[in-house]
Design a protein around this ligand. Structure first.
Ligand code: BMP
Length: 214
């Protein structure tokens, strides 16, 4: 993943037409577009294929499965043109490894500690182990919480030069430049961009905030 803006759009809208118009509005302002289940369920494979034409498509059709099922799902996702794939870390090393193998040339990012308050209940307790598993399995990086920059810093010490993508900016209370200062390579931002009147401007402002402090 090439990170010029250090910003990834989480395109969590359900209408495929709106998805395309937001993607157009942020063209050149974000490094990647992340697509999750909601848009995939409503728009199917075609919306993913269309969005892949905008550049780096990060498929967040995350699996929490045994290795064989993980392999079957990730193989399908990779075939849809995703450049990156997100998977869960709590499933253990064998399932993460299966995701990395099935992804082929696509990069795999492993979720460690989740950004929402509930993420502190279970995922925070094992985040370091999940990051270690991700590294051993050959993942390109991890997902860590922008809502808790101190935890990003801890996880950075485990993943070395691999990538850390940090969601939880804006609507969830985190600040982009805090997450980057703590060691994240990029932030993942959804509502603060796609709900803005001018999504391109909103993205530009976040990238500028990051650049000003970097
Ligand atoms: P928003 O900026 O609207 O809160 O969106 C954040 C995005 O990052 C969502 O797509 C969410 O599924 C994802 N995400 C997250 O918020 N926390 C995590 O720990 C992992 C995620 O993938």
């Amino acid at each position: 993943m090439r990170l010029d803006r250090r910003l990834i759009l989480a395109l969590d809208v359900v209408d495929p037409g709106r998805a395309m118009s937001v993607a157009n509005a942020v063209r050149g302002e974000v490094d990647a577009i992340k697509v999750g289940w909601a848009l995939f369920i409503s728009g199917g494979r075609s919306v993913l294929r269309d969005l892949a034409k905008f550049g780096y498509l990060l498929a967040d059709l995350r699996t929490a499965e045994i290795p064989n099922t993980t392999r079957l799902i990730v193989d399908q996702v990779a075939k849809m043109g995703a450049s990156g794939i997100i998977t869960q870390g709590f499933v253990g090393e064998d399932s993460v490894r299966a995701a990395v193998e099935a992804a082929g040339a696509a990069e795999v990012f492993v979720i460690t500690e989740m950004s929402h308050p509930g993420g502190a209940t279970f995922t925070a307790l094992h985040a370091e182990e999940m990051a270690t598993i991700a590294m051993r399995a050959g993942a390109a990086g991890i997902v860590a919480p922008a809502t808790r920059p101190v935890r990003v810093k801890v996880l950075r010490s485990i993943v070395g030069s691999k990538l850390i993508l940090a969601p939880g900016v804006g609507s969830q209370g985190g600040k982009a430049s805090d997450a980057i200062a703590a060691g994240a390579d990029a932030v993942i931002v959804g509502r603060s961009i796609y709900e803005a009147k001018d999504p391109g401007k909103a993205a530009r402002e976040i990238a500028e905030e990051i650049r000003a402090r970097a």
